[in-house]
Design a protein around this ligand. Structure first.
Ligand SMILES: Nc1ncnc2c1ncn2[C@@H]1O[C@H](COP(=O)(O)OP(=O)(O)OP(=O)(O)O)[C@@H](O)[C@H]1O
Ligand SMILES: [Mg+2]
Length: 300
């Protein structure tokens, strides 16, 4: 699916600080010369290269022998290669510190690759202006940052020109509508910046609704690990499933239910891909994934 309605989008970034961080980047300084542009009179988006050539926005993401270190001499990723075709769901599993979040940090250019490359629709991401890149990516991260304002405004943050109806529809799709309806003032309930008057699961549901309203072709989901009540958990699961449909998705999954249906599961250890395949293939292999799967019902 190529996304619709991208005007004035500040992609569904989960954190306000990151928005400001991104706005602070002087565009001429981030190395990117390719920008996202809307095709006149059409609901289509293209990458516009510095030489004027245009490439359709599709959501094809590939890693080519990527090595990365946050600090010199301390490599975190080694020779990571992977290929996400538009619409595919790629799940990452592996122990804590394995490098899962680091992989997503490179896709959105929070950090730049040092060796190897990442291409997005065939373009090296380092050549894409950060602001354009992040507009094409949605993120639902472990901690959802909300700002002080109404529920509706917090959802609209995904796309600033979205109408009330569009925000409410997004909340329905995200399975957030029922809890919002039960709030004292419904969609007009003011939530505090730290989201203290909402449960963690409810904050996640808002983050999903926010991403839904932005409607980006590529989604990065970093599932929260802390436990939420079973009912909300089920809603989050349903919301995530709905959000994934028709997009390229990178999901750092802690729930087996999400992993099972992924097109490809990538098992990382110490920054290296040690296994890859779908659920059945990896189980048959009886390796690390099998161990994680049969050991307990939660991946970590
Ligand atoms: N900003 C940073 N600066 C320096 N080192 C970092 C930074 N972020 C992560 N690391 C290191 O990189 C390695 C990979 O971390 P990463 O966050 O990618 O792991 P992860 O697989 O996402 O783990 P978890 O399941 O706990 O979220 C770890 O050794 C971590 O300490
Ligand atoms: Mg992580």
């Amino acid at each position: 699916m190529i996304t619709s309605q991208f005007n004035n989008v500040l992609a569904a970034l989960a954190g306000a600080e990151r928005i400001f961080d991104m706005m602070d980047q002087p565009p001429e300084n981030d190395g990117g010369r390719t920008t996202l542009a809307r095709v006149d009179n059409a609901d289509e988006w293209v990458w516009k290269k510095s030489d004027g050539e245009t490439v359709p926005l599709r959501g094809d993401v590939r890693f080519h022998n990527v090595d990365f270190a946050y600090e010199p001499g301390k490599p975190v990723l080694h020779q990571v290669s992977l290929y996400a075709k538009p619409g595919q769901v790629i799940a990452f599993v592996g122990s804590t510190g394995a490098g899962k979040t680091t992989i997503t940090n490179l896709i959105n250019r929070f950090y730049d690759v040092q060796t190897g490359s990442i291409t997005y629709d065939g373009i090296d991401v380092r050549d894409i202006r950060k602001e354009s890149l992040r507009r094409s990516l949605g993120m639902v991260l472990q901690d959802t940052h909300l700002f002080t304002g109404t529920v509706l405004d917090n959802i609209r943050y995904g796309r600033l020109d979205a109408s009330d109806e569009e925000c409410i529809e997004a909340a329905r799709q995200a399975s957030a509508h029922s809890f919002i309806s039960r709030l004292p003032e419904g969609y007009h309930t003011v939530i505090s910046g730290d989201g203290a008057n909402l449960s963690q699961g409810q904050r996640q549901l808002l983050a999903i609704a926010r991403a839904y309203v932005a409607d980006p072709p590529v989604m990065i989901l970093d599932e929260a690990t802390s436990s939420i009540d079973t009912r909300t958990e089920r809603l989050v699961e349903r919301g995530v499933q709905a959000l994934m449909r028709g997009r390229t998705v990178f999901i750092i999954a802690h729930r087996l239910s999400t992993v099972r249906n992924a097109n490809a599961i990538i098992v990382l250890e110490h920054g290296q891909i040690i296994e890859r395949g779908n659920h059945e293939q990896l189980l048959a292999q009886k390796g690390r994934y099998y161990q994680l799967y049969t050991g307990k019902n939660q991946l970590e």
